[in-house]
Design a protein around this ligand. Structure first.
Ligand SMILES: [Zn+2]
Length: 201
């Protein structure tokens, strides 16, 4: 499975890498330009590969992968929340979450940051071996490449948390967005967008 292959490649890099060096250059994520369908299919593969079940907590998943989650108090209240990921290697990364956001938002953010790890980090590692990557959820609206990476990470997150088969099965039980959101532990907005993108609504 692609997921395992990628993780194996990641592990090889780690020994050549000095983690936590403050002066280390941080590279931006590089867009894959893969289609939404391909990214969704890939996210589902990863989700199945790590054995994620509907509504399961993501923190243990991150820990198993060698990642850390750090909560930060926002310094500024201008909408630029400190939601980001710093990837030092495929099994050494930190996800930063604001201390003031909701469980469902944090959960989507974790899935989104894992999207950067799985989609964009391999591209950065290939172009600049040994480089660390930082992706922030807030990006400059005039930077089209970074905006694209945000879309890709969002597509990844939606399919990772709400796999098509599971979502269709749940939808067959109830079309109530509130209930679907609570089954998958996502926001009603995320559940609604997912229902729409699967042509259910
Ligand atoms: Zn992002």
């Amino acid at each position: 499975m692609e997921f395992h292959i990628r993780m194996a490649v990641f592990s090889l890099d780690k020994s050549a890498f000095i983690a936590h060096t403050p002066s280390m250059d941080l590279f931006d994520p590089i867009p894959s330009r893969a289609s939404k369908a391909n990214i969704s299919a890939f996210a589902e593969q990863v989700s199945v590969g790590i054995g994620l079940t509907r509504g399961a907590m993501l923190e243990p998943v991150v820990a198993r992968m060698g990642g850390k989650i750090v909560y930060k108090t926002p310094q500024r209240m201008d909408g630029k929340l400190p939601e980001s990921i710093v990837v030092r290697s495929g099994n050494d990364f930190t996800i930063f979450l604001p201390s003031i956001t909701s469980l469902v938002r944090d959960r989507f953010t974790i899935a989104h940051e894992l999207g950067h790890l799985f989609i964009h980090y391999p591209m950065v590692a290939k172009q600049c071996p040994g480089a660390a990557m930082r992706a922030t959820r807030w990006v400059d609206p005039s930077n089209a490449d970074l905006q694209r990476t945000e879309w890709e990470a969002n597509w990844f997150a939606a399919s990772f948390l709400m796999r098509e088969k599971d979502f269709r099965a749940a939808y067959a039980q109830t079309s109530d967005i509130k209930q679907l959101a609570s089954m998958f532990v996502v926001s009603e907005q995320s559940a609604s967008i997912r229902a729409e993108s699967l042509g259910l609504q």
